[in-house]
Write a protein that binds this ligand. Structure first.
Ligand code: HEC
Ligand code: HEC
Length: 384
């Protein structure tokens, strides 16, 4: 009899566990970004244990993301550079912050940033929470002297204190930048999109989802182009990134002659307590050091994070410096073996994975057509 109880209890435990397992917070993110179909081809959205999704928190993050008052001249919100109507980019080579100041880097889309293992082109922030604190106080973005200014605006606002109380259980005076960061990150975790023609072709077996040209381009992506070795596609999902850093020959050539003094000056500044976020976004040459700025490893010079290629047709211009204007220019850059123009010399730190591809003009067009098949259904009207 006692034995029977044990079996029953064990069974119960399993059921409870199964229920726990089937209620990850992801469905909320899904609900917000439309039907579950919109996530076709994506893994579940990773949600940190200390920042669970709730509808009120997501709504608060959405509001903070769009609030222009959190900048020195009252004109810059996150959405200036990550505009919902431009697939969460600004379609500029490098972003424009307060008083028209420009930075050194191209604004990546926020769509699917939730899946990255690190944020920024050089991966200097591990989390969305950490990332979102930077722009307010960056000298060429929000330009605030410190986060206190922003917290004062929140505390004096008619609605924010109530919202923070509801979401985090804190009174106005106790709101910190970490609460702000958590709300914004929660919002960003709802800005996710799969379900492109490629996803319907590859994961749903809809053979009509890609044109014949796009199917030829897909084959080139996997084989002769070797794109998939870094822009990874897995059996059940595709994020088109290996979460690693590579020098593919963009930007670095311009500073190659200065590398030794540049590296020395950068390390000196960093050792004296210089803020990497500020240095790389305000000094064009330091920006080109790429992952080196984070790792201090010479092998990482000019290395940047492999970005997702989802919705790539909507996020021109391309690369960390916005230097390539079209997808065709990108494919030609790879075809040249990591140089633009074709006559340029490959840089000393070029990734071993980048070599001339010997694609014909027609094949270049096929590959571009494939990249155009990565636009999610929910953004297919963007900019139109
Ligand atoms: C002035 C323009 C500008 C503003 C304002 C701005 N960003 Fe960005 N954002 C950028 C640029 C440029 C980068 C790339 C910088 C780098 O990699 O060094 C970036 C990178 C990011 C990334 C990393 C994505 C990736 O692919 O690694 C996220 C996420 C992000 N921003 C979210 C935000 C949030 C949240 C805010 C508001 C708190 C914000 N941004 C405000 C321009 C801007
Ligand atoms: C060795 C790894 C590697 C290979 C192989 C590779 N890529 Fe990339 N890709 C990257 C990295 C890293 C970047 C960002 C580089 C930068 O900004 O300096 C990038 C950027 C891009 C971009 C621009 C993304 C953006 O948001 O601006 C496109 C488009 C692209 N790659 C397509 C391709 C195609 C097509 C192929 C095959 C012909 C390919 N890649 C092969 C690593 C790779």
């Amino acid at each position: 009899m006692r034995y029977l109880w044990m079996i029953l209890l064990a069974g119960l435990a399993v059921t409870v566990q199964a229920q726990e397992a089937t209620k990850p917070v992801t469905p909320l993110a899904q609900a917000d970004s439309g039907s579950a179909d919109n996530l076709l081809g994506l893994p579940p959205v990773p949600i940190p244990a200390d920042n669970p999704q709730t509808p009120a928190k997501i709504a608060l993050g959405d509001k903070l993301f769009h609030d222009k008052r959190f900048s020195i001249d009252g004109t810059v919100s996150c959405a200036n550079c990550h505009d919902d109507k431009k697939a969460f980019t600004d379609n500029l080579p490098v972003s424009v912050g307060h008083h028209g100041l420009t930075g050194t880097r191209n604004a990546p889309t926020v769509i699917n940033a939730a899946f990255y293992k690190s944020q920024f082109w050089d991966g200097r922030e591990p989390s969305l929470e950490g990332q979102s604190k930077g722009p307010f106080v960056n000298p060429v973005e929000g330009g605030l002297p410190n986060h206190q200014v922003l917290l004062d605006i929140i505390r004096a606002d008619a609605d924010y204190p109530k919202a923070f109380k509801e979401v985090f259980g804190v009174d106005g005076q106790k709101v910190t930048i970490d609460h702000v960061a958590k709300a914004i990150a929660s919002f960003e975790r709802t800005v996710v999109a799969g379900n492109s023609p490629f996803d319907r072709f590859y994961f749903k077996g809809d053979k009509t989802a890609l044109t014949e040209q796009q199917q030829r381009g897909f084959k080139l992506f996997l084989e002769q182009g070797r794109c998939v070795s870094c822009h990874i596609i897995e059996q059940n999902q595709a994020l088109f990134t290996d979460s690693r850093f590579h020098n593919i020959g963009v930007g670095i050539s311009a500073v190659q002659q200065d590398i030794t003094p540049l590296v020395q000056a950068f390390l000196d500044a960093k050792n004296k307590g210089g803020d990497v976020d500020k240095i790389v976004l305000t000094d064009k040459k330091s920006s080109e050091l790429g992952r080196f700025a984070v790792s201090d490893a010479l092998a990482d010079i000019g290395g940047f994070k492999t970005p997702t290629l989802r919705n790539i047709a909507l996020t021109a211009p391309y690369m960390h410096d916005g230097s390539l204007k079209t997808l065709k220019e990108v494919v030609i850059h790879y075809n040249n073996g990591g140089v633009t123009p074709a006559s340029a010399k490959p840089n000393d730190f070029l990734s071993g994975g980048i070599r001339p591809l010997n694609l014909t003009d027609a094949q270049i067009d096929d590959l571009v057509a494939f990249l155009q098949s990565l636009t999610s259904a929910q953004y297919s009207q963007a900019g139109k």
